[in-house]
Design a binder for this molecule. Structure first.
Ligand SMILES: Nc1nc2c(ncn2[C@@H]2O[C@H](COP(=O)(O)OP(=O)(O)O)[C@@H](O)[C@H]2O)c(=O)[nH]1
Ligand SMILES: [Mg+2]
Length: 271
């Protein structure tokens, strides 16, 4: 049920408040923190009818039905689902049976698939996830609420709650990536490689994405360094169904390189 988005009732009329700063006063009284920088882009109140949940899928037949059922249940069947698929198993067939739009693509890595996936929808809010049942779809309402509160990017922080389901090597690596990125950006972030985020579509469309395995980090770093409102939210992280598609050593090295490259590019852009 989508009833958990409690802001619905009274906030509907506030949609008309695109006039933003002009006449604040009474309607805004009960609504979030209308005073901050959110004011510029936060005129709309989005529901799950405005949300596309997108993912790369690569031989995920063990997990895909669960993930898509969860999205359906949590959003009341209202979110659109887009899978960019490179599978040789039954994944795309199961995705279609669940009503997802499937874009077929030769497997070329995480970032190639996810870039295609985030650029496919025309709904105003784009949510990414992995198709491995690790990410909590039940937190989608929270992510949408943060977007409605004015966030441009909402990023799921797996490490906040400890991420015990994550292999220890990956967990250590992810802490290290977050530290490196924080130092290079001059701003503290806690999880740079999470797969679960919500974005305003304009953010996704206005930036040119260059990374593959490191795309997740890039999707956090570039908006943040361009002054977008990026917020991390603690999320639960579950054990994966099916096998990982990422080699921890090779993938880890590629991600580290992406973080350094992207941070330096963004610092140079500021000069
Ligand atoms: N289409 C496509 N999807 C991919 C590819 N590589 C990874 N994925 C998907 O991207 C998501 C992240 O990969 P995953 O194995 O979960 O990486 P991990 O979370 O780092 O272990 C999963 O849903 C994969 O199925 C690829 O080459 N093509
Ligand atoms: Mg995963």
């Amino acid at each position: 049920m989508s009833g958990s988005l409690s802001a619905n009732g009274s906030a509907d009329e506030v949609d008309a408040a695109e006039n933003g700063a002009a006449t604040d006063g009474d309607e805004t009284a009960g609504v979030e923190t209308a005073g901050d920088a959110a004011a510029e882009g936060a005129g709309e109140h989005y529901t799950f009818d405005d949300v596309s949940v997108v993912m790369g899928t690569y031989n995920e037949e063990e997990a895909i039905a669960t993930v898509l059922d969860d999205v359906d249940e949590v959003t009341g069947g209202r979110a659109e689902v887009v899978c960019v698929d490179g599978s040789s198993d039954r994944t795309p067939a199961i995705a279609r049976e669940h009503g997802a739009t499937v874009i077929e693509q030769e497997p070329q890595g995480y970032g190639v698939a996810v870039r295609e996936a985030i650029l496919a929808p025309d709904r105003p809010v784009v949510v990414t996830t992995d198709c491995d049942d690790t990410y909590p779809m039940e937190q989608l309402p929270e992510f949408l609420e943060a977007i409605n509160d004015g966030a441009d990017v909402v990023s799921g922080d797996r490490l906040y709650h400890g991420a015990e389901a994550m292999p220890a090597f990956n967990r250590l690596g992810n802490h290290a990536f977050a530290l490196i990125a924080s130092v290079l950006m001059g701003e503290r972030v806690h999880d740079t490689t999470t797969g679960m985020r919500a974005y305003r579509r304009e953010v996704v469309e206005e930036i040119e994405w260059t990374e593959n395995t490191g795309l997740s980090a890039e999707l956090l770093i570039r908006p943040l360094m361009r002054g977008r409102d990026v917020r991390e939210r603690p999320i639960d992280y579950a054990e994966r169904l099916g096998e990982t598609k990422l080699d921890p050593i090779e993938g880890g090295a590629a991600i580290a390189k992406s973080i350094v490259t992207v941070c330096l590019e963004e610092q140079l852009r500021r000069l």
